[in-house]
Design a protein around this ligand. Structure first.
Ligand code: ASP
Length: 334
């Protein structure tokens, strides 16, 4: 008789509210990261019935503190675990503030069909009605699901399953804080059942030109700044980015990527220095359509990527080319 082997899931802790506590059960702000990944696991013993868990602490911080070096560190850890035949999937606990950036980065660089699920919580573990335990349980359940294979990096919070490509944090405090906007979430988890209604579109993981291997020897990712556009914007921010040696600038532009006069001039100065400038939108949803003038101005439009995710793709794209046309092709594809 074949011997049943439970799925083996690596559980990588990086910090965030899911690993935080506050002095009182009613506090849902002003908390600090105090718990390691082993403590998160011990708090939800039901998870052990789903899989054999291999906990690993990669770092333990609020996600606002994550920098490019930590992103590369996490990518390397994920990459080597996925290459291990003994590991069937990965769950990463993460702060929600920049979760979409990490998830999208991994979605572009990992080379495996094994499930990778990023999970967080909006309330600290010490709070009444903390959402972390069920979110974590659901994340492990999702990572053990055969239906989650080959979908790229997935994100789950509050019973919804999102594709890393589309998800964003869309509310500051609600438990229902994540949205995939026009694309919609790709499934739900309810009562111990994973229901995926469709796969994520554009290409991801094994189909991209990026990889952790390709980034080896790359101690730093190319520096990219995000500049917020608005009425009466300042040209000095563009000059500062140029002087600081930025290789790319993403403009969180108005509406459908329209640039203020100052942003237009700032991009012109930057492009003249070989800096790649991307027009994204500060609206939070929708696409920035490629403008007929983009090619003439050597500007790139961000498609449906918001500014913070456009920064991730631009950093990776800049490791391969500085040609705005080639980089536009990346934005059209990924
Ligand atoms: N401050 C937290 C973070 O690390 C917010 C959260 O996780 O919900 O992003």
């Amino acid at each position: 008789m074949p011997h049943y082997r439970p799925p083996v899931i690596a559980l990588l802790g990086t910090g965030g509210t899911i690993a935080a506590t506050a002095p009182s059960t009613t506090a849902v702000a002003d908390y600090t990261v105090t718990e390691g990944v082993q403590a998160l696991l011990s708090a939800v013993p039901e998870i052990n019935a789903l899989a054999e868990l291999r906990p690993q602490q990669v770092f333990n911080v609020d996600s606002r503190c994550i920098d490019n070096a930590m992103l590369l560190q996490l990518g390397t850890a994920v990459d080597s675990l996925l290459a291990d035949d003994a590991i069937d999937g990965i769950v990463i606990t993460h702060g929600t503030d920049t979760l979409e950036e990490t998830a999208y980065f991994l979605n572009l660089v990992i080379k495996s069909h094994k499930p990778v699920v990023v999970v967080g919580a909006m309330r600290p573990g010490s709070a009444m009605s903390a959402d972390g335990p069920l979110n974590l349980y659901n994340a492990v359940l999702l990572a053990t699901s055969p239906h989650a294979q080959g979908l790229g990096v997935l994100v789950t919070l509050n019973d919804a399953v999102h594709a890393a490509r589309y998800v964003r944090k869309a509310h500051t405090t609600h438990v229902q804080a994540f949205s995939s906007e026009d694309a919609g979430c790709i499934g739900r988890i309810h009562n111990g059942r994973v229901m995926l209604s469709r796969g994520p579109a554009p290409c991801h993981t094994r189909d991209t030109e990026f990889s952790m291997q390709g980034l080896q020897g790359q101690h730093q990712l190319p520096w990219v700044d995000v500049l917020y556009d608005h009425q009466n914007a300042g040209l000095h921010l563009y000059r500062a980015a140029i002087e600081a040696g930025a290789r790319g600038i993403v403009v969180a532009a108005c509406g459908n990527g329209s640039l203020s006069t100052q942003a237009e001039e700032g991009c012109r100065l930057a492009v003249a220095q070989g800096i790649v400038c991307v027009r994204s939108s500060r609206t939070g949803a929708g696409l920035v359509s490629a403008s007929q003038q983009d090619a003439a101005r050597r500007l790139v439009s961000s498609n449906t990527l918001n500014p913070q995710k456009a920064r991730i793709l631009l950093m990776l794209a800049l490791t391969r080319s500085t040609d705005p046309a080639a980089i536009q092709a990346c934005f059209d594809r990924y």
